[in-house]
Design a protein around this ligand. Structure first.
Ligand code: HEC
Length: 139
């Protein structure tokens, strides 16, 4: 005869919780790497750094930390946890290409005219100065 028992529930809930957590973590990791067509290589990072120093350091600082910027209160690009417009590669790409908020100018076709490939190099450079656990493996 079937006797319902409630005892195992707590355990199975914990297992289900862990599964949901893992699935969410995995999809975040996939999202972060999903659409960037430029491999995360030293060459790309170094091209990105050159474009960065030419276009971004006045506001975000030479090292991305935006300390002592005279022009605008720009966010620290080494700390994704303080960003407002998302943390995926796609989000960073779109912030740079189209601008973000009131004071981050667009650098794509309606702005300075950076090519998409240059913007993906910038995304890779920003990843390279960000938290190690959010960097894709170097290729
Ligand atoms: C004129 C100053 C200025 C320049 C130049 C500039 N930024 Fe910004 N940037 C800002 C400001 C200010 C914000 C925050 C906008 C807001 O929060 O409303 C910002 C936001 C961002 C964000 C989004 C962060 C978030 O909160 O999600 C990224 C990514 C970014 N900038 C990257 C760059 C890169 C890469 C360059 C060079 C191509 C660059 N910025 C050039 C001022 C600047």
């Amino acid at each position: 005869m079937f006797v319902p028992t409630f005892r195992p529930r707590r355990g199975s809930r914990a297992v289900a919780g862990a599964f949901v957590f893992l699935a969410a973590a995995l999809s975040c990791a996939l999202l972060a790497a999903a659409d960037n067509p430029t491999p995360f290589t030293k060459e790309s990072i170094s091209r990105g750094k050159t474009v960065y120093l030419q276009n971004c350091q006045d506001c975000h600082g030479e090292d991305g930390r935006a300390q002592g910027s005279a022009i605008a209160v720009a966010p620290d690009l080494t700390r994704p946890e303080v960003w407002k417009y998302g943390q995926t590669d796609d989000n960073i790409f779109s912030d740079i290409r189209n601008g973000a908020g009131d004071n981050m100018p667009p650098f794509g076709p309606i702005g300075v005219g950076l090519k998409d490939a240059q913007i993906w190099d910038l995304v890779n450079f920003i990843r390279s100065i960000g938290p190690e656990n959010q960097r894709p493996p170097l290729r």
